[in-house]
Design a protein around this ligand. Structure first.
Ligand code: NAG
Ligand code: NAG
Ligand code: NAG
Ligand code: NAG
Length: 499
C-alpha cells in the first residue's frame, strides 16, 4: 500500500540570521514503507492537519512577549503546575510557576516568581532546530497558598538552607518569601530542588492555519529529567509541553486567559474537567511531530483491542524536527493488563505492556548500512536489509543495534482526557530521560509524553471531530513507547558522530 507520511507543514521556512531557506515539501511525496496501513480516518486527520497548516521554526527565536500554559501540566514526581512567562526586549524575563496538589490544577499549593536574564546562544548541535541559551537568576520568590505545603517546604528548607527562614512569626500565607536574591548573595533554590535549566534549550514554532488565517506561536523549553536527583544538573535535550503566546494562541483556550490574568497572589484555577475512564479500544495517532530527549523525532500510531487486551503500534522515526525525513519505522505488538488507578500520580492509570513481536523498516541508506553491518543473528536476517523493506526481528529476539529486546515488559502510566474541542486524547507515560526503559515497577513514569488523539473509537467509527485549527494542547516531549535507543545510534542516524 502506498503511503504518504503526514507532514506537519506544507512549507517549512527556517529563518537563520539573514538567510532564508525555503524547503518545499511535496504533498504527494510517498515512501515505500513496508506494511504500514493507516486507517483512513487517522490518515484523514493527519493529512488534514498537514494540508491546512504551515509551520515555521523561527530561528533565532524571538521570545519577547507573554507565554502561557494551555492546560494543567504534569512534571516528573509528579508535580502539577501551570506557567506564565514574560520575556522583555532587554533580555530580562519574569516567570511565574503555579503549583497545585491536584491533576486538574484547581487546588493551588504555592507559586514561584522568578526574575532574571536570558541570553540566546548558538543553535544546538544535539537537538536539531533548538537554540541554546544561558540564564542568570536575579530573584526567586515563593508564596504559599496552603499551610500544609508551607510546613513541608519550611522544614525541608530549615534543614538544608538554614537562615532562609525567619525565626519568628514566619511563613504567613500570602507573604512573598525570597528564595534567591543575587544582590544579597543568598540562594536557597538548591534546597528546594528548584532550577530553571528549562531555559537552556529554546524552540519557537509559528503555525499558520490557512483556512482561518490565524497565526499561533508555541514556545518549547527544555525538558525536565525524569529522575529527581538528576534534575539539578541536567542539561535538556528534549522539550516540555509548549507554552503558547498569550496574543497568538489557538482558540478556544479557556486556560490561557485564566493564566494570563494570574499572579503569585492569585494563582489561576483551571476549569473543572471530568475524569474519563481509560477506554483504550480504538486507534490513536500523534498530533504532530514529537521530539524526544537525545535527538529523536517521531510520530506514533497505535491500535488497542479491548476485546483480547492486545495492541500494536508503529513508530516512525525522522532525522528532522518537522518529521519530513524518515529514517526507520518500528512495528511492535503484544498484550497488556487491565489498568489500576495510580496512587502515586492522581488521575493516572497503571498498566503493564508486553511486546512480543517487532518488525523494522529502514527508510534511509544510513539505517540500512547500520542494520546490514550488525552481528549475524542479532537483528533480522543476516545482511539483507534494504530501504523500504520490512523485516521481522522477532526470531532474533529483537535488534541489538536498535536497542530492542524481545520479549519485553514495560510498566506504564496512561490517562485519557477530553480537550476543549471534544477530541479524546491519550497521554502515555514519559520515557526515562536516561534512555533506559521502564522495565521495573520502580521505573514506572510519573509524567506524560505529548498526547495522541483518538482517530477511530471502540465501535470502529471515526470518532473525532476533526478540526485543523486544533493543534493546541499538545506537548512535544514525545518518545518511543516500549523501545529505547542508545544515544550513539541516534547521533549516527541524525548524521552526527560522537567519538
Ligand atoms: C527550624 O529549625 C529550628 C531549629 O532547629 C526549630 O526550632 C524550628 O521549629 C524549625 N522550623 C520548622 C518550620 O521546621
Ligand atoms: C485480538 O482482536 C483483534 C480484533 O478483534 C484481532 O484482529 C486480533 O487478531 C486479536 N489478537 C489476538 C492475538 O488474538
Ligand atoms: C546468519 O549468520 C549466522 C552466523 O554466521 C549463521 O549461523 C546463520 O545461519 C545465518 N542466518 C541466515 C538466515 O543466513
Ligand atoms: C545490504 O545487504 C544486502 C544483501 O547483502 C545488499 O543487497 C545491500 O546492497 C546492502 N545494502 C547496503 C546499503 O549496503
Amino acid at each position: 500500500m502506498m503511503q504518504c507520511w503526514w507532514m506537519v507543514g506544507s512549507l517549512i521556512v527556517f529563518v537563520s540570521g539573514s538567510k532564508i531557506w525555503d524547503v518545499p515539501v511535496s504533498q504527494t511525496q510517498s515512501h515505500a514503507t513496508g506494511k504500514l496501513h493507516w486507517e483512513p480516518a487517522c490518515q484523514y486527520q493527519l493529512r488534514h492537519l498537514q494540508d491546512g497548516t504551515r509551520i515555521i521554526g523561527v530561528l533565532p527565536p524571538r521570545l519577547e512577549g507573554h507565554w502561557v500554559s494551555t492546560g494543567c501540566e504534569v512534571r516528573p514526581g509528579p508535580e502539577f503546575l501551570t506557567r506564565f512567562y514574560t520575556f522583555y526586549p532587554n533580555r530580562l524575563f519574569k516567570a511565574h510557576q503555579f503549583y497545585y496538589t491536584d491533576p486538574h490544577c484547581r487546588d493551588p499549593s504555592y507559586s514561584l516568581v522568578i526574575k532574571g536574564r536570558l541570553r540566546l546562544r548558538q543553535a544546538s548541535w544535539i537537538t536539531r532546530g533548538a537554540t541554546e541559551a544561558e540564564h542568570y537568576l536575579q530573584k526567586v520568590g515563593i508564596v504559599f497558598h496552603n499551610e500544609k505545603t508551607m510546613k513541608e517546604i519550611a522544614s525541608q528548607m530549615n534543614q538544608s538552607c538554614p537562615g532562609f527562614m525567619p525565626t519568628t512569626r514566619a511563613w504567613v500565607p500570602g507573604t512573598l518569601h525570597e528564595v534567591l536574591s543575587a544582590k544579597a548573595g543568598r540562594d536557597c533554590t538548591a534546597a528546594m530542588g528548584f532550577t530553571m535549566h528549562e531555559l537552556s534549550l529554546v524552540r519557537l514554532e509559528r503555525k499558520y492555519q490557512q483556512q482561518e488565517s490565524t497565526v499561533s506561536e508555541e514556545l518549547f523549553l527544555g525538558d525536565i529529567h525524569t529522575e529527581k536527583k538528576e534534575q539539578m544538573h541536567y542539561r535538556p535535550t528534549g522539550y516540555q509541553r509548549p507554552l503558547q503566546n498569550a496574543m497568538h494562541h489557538l482558540h478556544p483556550c479557556p486556560a490561557c486567559g485564566l493564566i494570563y490574568q494570574a499572579d503569585e497572589h492569585h494563582p489561576p484555577i483551571l476549569p473543572l474537567v471530568p475524569e474519563l475512564p481509560l477506554h483504550l479500544s480504538g486507534k490513536w495517532a500523534s498530533i504532530h511531530c514529537e521530539a524526544r530527549p537525545a535527538v529523536l523525532f517521531l510520530t506514533r500510531y497505535f491500535t488497542f483491542y479491548g476485546n483480547n487486551q492486545t495492541w500494536e503500534g508503529y513508530y516512525q522515526h525522522y532525522s528532522d524536527p518537522l518529521c519530513n525525513q524518515p529514517t526507520f519505522t518500528i512495528y511492535a505488538s503484544g498484550h497488556y493488563t487491565k489498568g489500576v488507578s495510580s496512587s502515586k500520580v492522581k488521575g493516572g492509570t497503571e498498566l503493564e505492556f508486553k511486546v512480543t513481536k517487532a518488525k523494522v523498516t529502514p527508510m534511509d541508506r544510513a539505517t540500512v548500512l547500520m542494520l546490514n553491518s550488525s552481528d549475524p543473528g542479532t537483528c533480522g536476517e543476516n545482511g539483507s536489509w534494504a530501504i523500504g523493506t520490512e523485516q521481522d526481528i522477532t526470531q532474533t529476539n529483537g535488534c541489538i543495534v536498535l536497542g530492542i529486546q524481545l520479549p519485553h515488559t514495560e510498566y506504564e502510566l496512561f490517562k485519557i482526557e477530553q480537550d476543549v474541542k471534544d477530541r479524546t486524547l491519550l497521554f502515555i507515560g514519559e520515557r526515562p530521560t536516561d534512555g533506559s526503559s521502564p522495565d521495573t515497577p520502580a521505573k514506572r513514569p510519573t509524567s506524560y509524553q505529548a498526547p495522541l488523539v483518538q482517530c477511530v473509537g471502540a465501535s470502529g467509527v471515526f470518532s473525532t471531530h476533526v478540526n485543523q485549527n486544533h493543534l493546541a494542547m499538545t506537548g512535544n516531549s514525545g518518545g518511543t513507547v516500549l523501545i529505547s535507543l542508545p544515544l550513539a545510534l541516534l547521533l549516527l542516524l541524525t548524521g552526527f558522530y560522537v567519538f
